[in-house]
Ligand binder design. Structure first.
Ligand code: FAQ
Length: 311
């Protein structure tokens, strides 16, 4: 009977029907989605930290408003994504517990520091640019709640990407010192952005099954290549240099070829040994502890309302 259910499930996926929370699904599909959606939610929440670092130091009111809005959007994305994960039968407390204990992964990219204002531009341009490339196909993911959450998230990410590129443009067209800052930020964020797409296809444990289940639509390497092809001309327009001496356009394939990624650096970050891993988790633990009174007050308030309704 299990085999018949599996067969019917795959037929629905192949026919591009959306799978909804109450539908039958293989246990592996459910587990994979909980893993991916919760890692994604944690990334949004931890991703608020590197940029949050600059809110009080934004150089103008206009820049401050845009940055505040962006960081707030990221908090919102984390919340929709936790809600999407909850539809699969896990609780938010459990997921947050996994993040705070260091058990859950979140995107490698958020373990790098943001020492200058140009990092805010580089994050918007490159990190949000990479996020969009990876996330637009997720709007067609077979799991309904995740796919629907991604539609709004992608719209907001595209605003984030544009604010980052516009910030880089202002720096690149500014004083020599500003242009130098922009180049330095590009130098530090380029390779980590390429790592965001995950291990190369031959090392990617989950890709084949995720593609069959139509959670993923394109492989890690395909999306990375698309990102490079879209981003190199943008760097040229800024008058900045991509920090890769092996980068060249192949007129025959129509794609840019690029140098080897340092997977040792990537693996060290995944093991918790990146430049800011510890600081990020400590910041999240502190936020959780500092917010205890809000959770207690919300529970007390809900209990009081319920009592009043019973009277
Ligand atoms: N960092 O077999 P695969 C954002 C893990 S954007 C850390 O290829 P899969 C917006 C992977 O989880 C960033 N871990 O896995 C924003 C797996 O670990 P596990 C978040 C990584 O799932 C912008 C193992 O390696 N976006 O937040 C990374 O098929 C600016 C084997 O890898 C998403 O999460 C990595 N870079 O493909 C916010 C998008 N790459 O669980 C603030 C949704 C791989 O076996 C500011 N996720 N791993 O222990 C996905 O599309 C996929 O999960 C991939 C990985 C593509 C990330």
């Amino acid at each position: 009977q299990e085999a018949a259910l599996q067969g019917r499930f795959q037929e629905r996926v192949d026919a591009e029907e959306k799978i909804e929370p109450r539908d039958w699904m293989p246990e592996g599909y459910r587990r994979t989605l909980v893993r991916q959606i919760s890692q994604h939610a944690h990334s949004e929440i931890v991703g608020m930290l590197p940029e949050g670092n600059w809110i009080t130091r934004a150089p103008s009111l206009r820049r401050k408003v845009a940055l505040l809005a962006k960081v707030q959007d990221e908090g919102g994305h984390g919340l929709y994504l936790y809600s999407a994960a909850e539809t699969l039968g896990v609780s938010r407390d459990e997921l947050v517990g996994q993040l705070l204990s260091g058990k859950a992964k979140y995107s490698s990219i958020f373990n790098y520091p943001t020492p200058t204002w140009a990092d805010i531009g580089a994050i918007g341009w490159l990190v949000d640019g990479a996020a969009i490339m990876n996330q637009v196909p997720l709007c067609r993911c077979s799991y309904g709640p995740y796919a629907r959450a991604m539609v709004r998230i992608c719209r907001e990410e595209s605003f984030h990407q544009r604010q980052g590129y516009e910030l880089m443009l202002a720096l690149a067209q500014g004083t020599a010192e500003q242009k130098r800052m922009a180049q330095d930020a590009l130098n530090r964020w380029w390779w980590p952005s390429l790592m965001m797409f995950g291990p190369s296809d031959d090392q990617s444990a989950h890709s084949a099954q995720n593609m069959a289940w139509k959670i993923k639509r394109f492989s890690n390497d395909e999306l990375r290549q698309r990102f490079v092809d879209a981003t190199v001309p943008q760097a040229e327009f800024l008058g900045l240099t991509i920090p890769d001496p092996e980068l060249r356009f192949n007129a025959e394939t129509g794609h840019y070829e690029f140098g080897a990624i340092d997977w040792t650096e990537f693996n060290e970050i995944l093991k918790g040994n990146g430049p800011c891993n510890r600081e990020r988790i400590e910041a999240r633990r502190k936020a959780w502890d500092d917010g205890a009174w809000v959770r207690e007050a919300a529970v007390a308030h809900a209990a009081k309302r319920q009592q009043r309704a019973l009277k």
